[in-house]
Design a protein around this ligand. Structure first.
Ligand code: DX5
Ligand code: ZN
Length: 214
């Protein structure tokens, strides 16, 4: 069974506490928090003050997905404002090894993210350092986009590499996850699923969680 992380990007921000309480009651495993800077991706979302509020509003683990340039300048701040897990895009910095090390030094889980156009080879040198690898199954920047089909082969290759190397990192997927695609990615080896529009578009979050878990 996969772990489910609803993406707050699709939540109702006017009722954030209510949303967090309902996410907890649904049986979800954590919350996914999308940070966009208008540079690395063509959209601007939420940042430190909202993270601080969410930290006070839930005991679930908060998974911060940094879609920003120069992540090395911000990982400490996100850890201090309540992140339990922080992932950085391999495309966003020439110093991915250093940034992963910085995240680990904050005693939060470290993840590395691959855009749809980036091959798995790009993370091989640091794969033994991370707690999770996030495979983007849409181009990052917006909720509600369609799942990119050839991500399935990529998830499968990553799962093969993980078993060859005898590693235990989670394989997280993000983008276009719904009751159909969830089972497909789980079959290929995904262990952690992010869902935004599908989860929050459901009138019953517990049912949504159950359907996504597979
Ligand atoms: C996209 C974000 C996602 C987004 C997913 O750039 O990283 O976390 O909220 O939304 P859905 O599940 O609607 O594709
Ligand atoms: Zn995300």
């Amino acid at each position: 069974m996969a772990k489910i992380y609803p993406s707050l990007l699709s939540a109702d921000f006017l009722k954030l506490q209510e949303e967090l309480t309902q996410i907890e009651a649904s049986g979800a495993d954590g919350v996914h928090f999308d940070v966009m800077d208008g540079q690395f991706v063509p959209n601007i979302s939420i940042g430190l003050p909202i993270l601080e509020a969410v930290r006070k509003g839930t005991t679930l683990p908060i998974d911060v997905h940094l879609m920003i340039e120069q992540p090395e300048q911000y990982v400490e701040l996100f850890a201090q404002h309540g992140a339990d897990m922080i992932s950085v895009h391999v495309e966003a910095t020439p110093h991915i090894h250093r940034v992963v090390q910085q995240i680990k030094n904050q005693n939060v889980k470290a993840g590395v993210v691959l855009n749809p156009g980036t091959p798995i080879d790009a993370i091989k040198p640091i794969i033994n350092m991370v707690d999770y690898v996030l495979i983007m199954t849409v181009n990052p920047g917006f909720g509600g986009q369609a799942f990119i089909e050839n991500s399935l082969a990529k998830i499968e290759s990553l799962a093969e590499l993980k078993s060859q190397l005898n590693l235990t990192f989670d394989i997280e997927v993000d983008g276009g996850i719904n009751d159909m695609t969830a089972q497909q990615v789980i079959n290929k080896g995904a262990t952690m699923l992010v869902a935004g529009s599908y989860f929050f578009g459901h009138n019953d979050y517990a049912t949504a969680t159950k359907q996504l878990k597979g």
